[in-house]
Design a protein around this ligand. Structure first.
Ligand code: MG
Length: 392
């Protein structure tokens, strides 16, 4: 069995994809782009080892992105260079001591490469030939002329869009990179051809897009068939606070005039507390008292918005997305409906939602029980979130 390594190039800055840092570390379907890409090669039975070239500034992002990839096939990351070509050369050199027979070079920002495409590349490489993933061009192409307004039609027959992975016999491609270090090539197959190593074109799976622009993230998400990678979880929260002296209550972050206040260690916002517990429930992260102990004086009179915000941050850290909140308040008074819109606005603002994603309902308990006797307010909440499916 030949020894086949994969080199994933992920040292770019990805400035074209807008905000949010280098694109290879941004989440698609709940996982970093690079984690998807690496997984495709780690999971492939013919790939013996996977090396990833990263930028020196991205070590922490890399560790976070790859935390769940506990695979012995994955080598420690290597530092890339100023250009893609430099990164490939450095990556190849780092592999030299292990001397694989073949190497597949792949863009970190192509997370949708299929196992079939990887297999097809491997099938076509030998000691005298490389192979590159590519897609035939079906659209009519026109070339804009700079000197006049006309357009020249380019024959689309035999035109291919070059892609990755590109597979090569290891020794010749490393030698080619070393020999042509000072020149600039658009991809490794062009470089291989320049040294006389032929490269066969192999049709790629069409979903194997390179995430370059902001809109590509949405496309990649769609292509990954988010439904199969995402689980929807609904979790509940419940809270009660008793009435005490005061001239108003804070509910859902909104001050509502009343002939009583609510008693509590923080601002006693029973609505935000129930919502916070619901969110914590969605990620099985305990309850609000675990995160903000009532015994801790720093939460004395605290604005409960920070509790809900904290739960939202914990959810995001797991790649989760909050999609809906549903709150029911149980009390005889004050009347909730005049304040419903304000509470929706406020809760949405705290949780990063739009008001239509926040439902607020109110009921009395028909004079029964502690709420019926006007001793306090109870709140029930449901949070609906989506979370990436756990691997393994
Ligand atoms: Mg409470």
């Amino acid at each position: 069995m030949p020894k086949i390594h994969a080199l994933i190039v992920a040292a770019g800055r990805g400035s074209r994809a807008g905000v949010g840092g280098p694109k290879q570390y941004r989440l698609v379907a709940g996982r970093a782009v690079l984690a998807h890409t690496a997984s495709a090669f780690l999971a492939h039975p013919q790939i013996d080892r996977v090396s990833i070239a990263i930028h020196g500034d991205d070590r922490a992002a890399y560790e976070a992105a790859m935390a769940d990839l506990n695979d012995p096939k994955l080598s420690p990351p290597i530092l890339g260079g100023a250009s893609r070509q430099d990164s490939v050369r450095l990556g190849l050199r780092s592999m030299a001591p292990e001397a694989p027979d073949f190497v597949l070079i792949h863009d970190g920002a192509r997370p949708l490469v299929s196992a079939q495409t990887i297999s097809n590349i491997i099938k076509e490489i030998n000691q005298k030939q490389g192979a590159s993933a590519a897609l035939p061009v079906h659209d009519t192409l026109k070339k804009e002329q700079s000197t006049y307004c006309g357009k020249e039609i380019i024959e689309r027959d035999r035109l291919w869009r070059m892609s990755t992975p590109q597979g090569f016999p290891f020794t010749p491609i490393l030698a080619a990179h070393d020999a042509l270090e000072s020149e600039n090539f658009t991809d490794d197959s062009a470089l291989a051809l320049a040294t006389g190593l032929p490269v066969k074109l192999v049709e790629s799976n069409p979903e194997n897009i390179k995430i370059t622009l902001e809109k590509d993230f949405a496309m990649a998400e769609k292509l990954m068939g988010s439904a199969s990678n995402i689980r929807t979880i609904t979790a509940q929260g419940f809270d009660v606070h008793r009435f005490g002296p005061g001239d108003g209550v804070i509910l859902g972050g909104v001050k509502i005039p009343h002939d009583h206040g609510l008693v509590g260690h923080s601002d006693a916002d029973v609505a935000l507390h129930a919502l916070t517990d619901a969110l914590l429930g969605s990620i099985s992260a305990g309850d609000i008292g675990d995160h903000f102990p009532p015994s801790d004086p720093q939460w004395q009179g605290a604005d409960s918005a920070q509790f809900l915000r904290h739960a939202c941050t914990l959810l995001s850290a797991q790649g989760g997305t909050l999609t809906h909140l549903d709150l029911t308040l149980i009390c005889e008074a004050p009347k909730i409906s005049p304040h419903r819109a304000d509470m929706q606005q406020r809760i949405a603002a705290i949780a990063g939602l739009t008001p239509d994603q926040v439902s607020i309902k109110a009921t009395t308990s028909e004079g029964l029980g502690f709420t019926g006797r006007g001793e306090g307010i109870a709140a029930m909440a449901l949070a609906t979130v989506t979370l990436p499916t756990k691997r393994g």
